[in-house]
Design a protein around this ligand. Structure first.
Ligand code: SAM
Length: 317
């Protein structure tokens, strides 16, 4: 299985013209002795929190792995070297056409925190002096590398962000969108339509058009309960301000119905997604001219953006 996973992933990465640094990273992962490649999985959820999506997958009879710092501060943190390598292993261990859902930490990307983060559509990287912004930037770039690996095997990935998030304007997110053969869809939905206490308007970015089936399972006649996600106030200089309210943190957990709905559309589209993955891999494996992106400027952007130097050092010892 290891050899097949390696051949598929490398061919897919070359076909999509991913940066060569990602192929190097992947090939180092395959060179690690003792990893078990014989039980590939159907689904991988990163930043899984309450794990509703993973539970939905398991209920549907599929093998699913969740990854979140709440389970292990080192081995399940996207920002540590072992944590990121662990996440990369699970992405590499997905079956072709498998699923991946991810809801990266949004606190520094949303409108509500823009006063302190200085993030905007024209300044998506945010304040260089904000450690929270810098960490979130690294987290995003590492996640995009995982999504490159998923795309290389025709996996159906979904990235969720609140509607006001400027994450998609990050320059490497934009570069990711330009990879060959990746046609990303954006679906507007509301987590409240699936039973969350507040409406929570959201964008789902996805590798597959099938994501559009999700809203057919929504209950759009949502009546919000009394929750306080946003507080409006006036500061000492008389300026109107907003900040997170007492229910904001808990509002990030998906209701069970949201996880089940995602699993349901995965089940109903399983054949079509498998067929697409097979066709994609066939094209990638037989393409005559496919080469990874070797431009130093681009590769350096990914090395810096995802803070890959310490990861390479970790993998080489
Ligand atoms: C926006 S929430 C996602 C919530 C999730 N969708 C749910 O249903 O509970 C982001 C998640 O990222 C996790 N997280 C924060 N920092 C992390 C890190 N460095 N590595 C991995 N997970 C992290 C948090 O614990 C939180 O559960």
């Amino acid at each position: 299985m290891k050899d097949r996973q390696r051949a598929w992933t490398m061919a897919g990465l070359r076909y999509t013209q991913a940066p060569i640094v990602v192929l190097t990273l992947v090939s180092m992962m395959f060179n690690i002795e003792g990893l078990n490649w014989n039980s590939p999985i159907d689904h991988f959820e990163t930043f899984s929190g309450g794990g509703s999506v993973t539970m939905g997958e398991v209920e549907a009879g599929r093998t699913a792995v969740s990854f979140d710092i709440i389970h292990d501060e080192v081995k399940q943190s996207m920002l540590t070297r072992p944590g990121f390598c662990n996440a990369l292993f699970w992405a590499l261990n997905l079956k072709p056409g498998a699923g991946k859902v991810t809801a990266p930490v949004c606190s520094t990307w949303v409108f509500m925190s823009s006063g302190s983060t200085k993030r905007s559509r024209t300044n998506p990287l945010g304040s260089p002096s904000s450690p929270a912004c810098q960490e979130a930037n690294v987290m995003l770039c590492r996640l995009l590398i995982l999504l490159m690996v998923c795309s290389a095997k025709g996996c159906w990935w979904v990235l969720e962000q609140p509607a006001s998030s400027v994450m998609p304007y990050h320059p490497l997110f934009q570069k990711f969108l330009q990879l060959r053969g990746i046609a990303v869809r954006k679906l507007y939905t509301c987590v409240g339509w699936f039973g969350a206490p507040s409406l929570k308007p959201t964008h789902l970015f996805s590798s597959h058009i099938e994501i559009e089936d999700l809203n057919s399972l929504a209950r759009k006649n949502f009546v919000p309960r009394q929750v306080e996600n946003v507080v409006h106030y006036v500061d000492s200089q008389g300026k109107p301000r907003i900040c997170g309210g007492r229910h904001l943190k808990s509002s990030q957990t998906y209701p069970r119905r949201f996880g089940r709905a995602l699993a349901t559309i995965r089940t109903s589209n399983r054949r079509a997604v498998q067929k697409k993955a097979k066709a994609f891999l066939k094209k990638a494996m037989t393409a005559k001219t496919s080469a990874a992106d070797c431009r130093p400027r681009i590769n350096n952007q990914w090395i810096e953006g995802a803070d890959l130097k310490p990861v390479f050092t970790y993998l080489s010892v």
